[in-house]
Design a protein around this ligand. Sequence first.
Ligand code: SF4
Length: 264
Amino acid sequence: MTQNDLLASGRLLPVMEEFYSLQGEGFHTGEAAWFIRIGGCDVGCTWCDIKESWNANLFPPVETDRVVEKALECRANAVIVTGGEPLLYNLDYLCDKLKGRGSRVEGRDNLYKVYEIPNPKSQAPNPKSKLKPLSRITDHGSRIADTSSTFDPRPSTLIKTFLETSGSQPLSGIWDWICLSPKRDWPPRAEFYKISHELKVIIQEEEDFKWAEEQAGAMNDDTHLFLQPEWSRREEMLPKIIQYIESHPVWRLSLQAHKYIGIP
Ligand code: SF4
């Protein structure tokens, strides 16, 4: 297969960075997660705080299998795939590998697939686990013993997959949580209004409140709604957002907490 074939199938991805941190935004704020930031974005927000992600050519494609191994070696229960715009790439292979074997069920309106989240009690460390042979995931998604590596045999079905997207590209992948952050200059594809769990609207100027309401009106009723100040204008916009939420309490405040506390 050529490199383009491998990229198209999702077996290679132009990963910009991978790191362990706490989610700083939205519904899962404060939750430990392994972040996979994929390079490339075609939206081009003027206020983007990660412009260095835009040019995917700066990030040589890496094997998705290796990306998954690193994610599964981390203690985090969640993997957050972000960008750039990660849906510029086929994320089916990445998510299938992150999930490994599992009980697949159809999700909302059968538009995307989710996995059952196991009972948290089942996540307790198995005292006998160190006696088991190490294992790895094969190309066919099953685990086999692998005594040649130090790969953690923790069941990958425990991993929750979270997606951060502008909704500008068709959905791929298997997601436990989709955070839609729509952009005025490139509105999301219609399907994202019905499949996203969370709407996060960046407020840069007062007109964005109207845009936020329009977007919220298109979402499912049970979608979690967040307003987040654009970082460079936070001092001016934060008081306005607080005032807006006080008068429109269906919304909640999202802060980029990671920036306030100085973590990635
Ligand atoms: S969609 Fe996200 S990564 Fe792309 S330009 Fe906008 S803020 Fe930046």
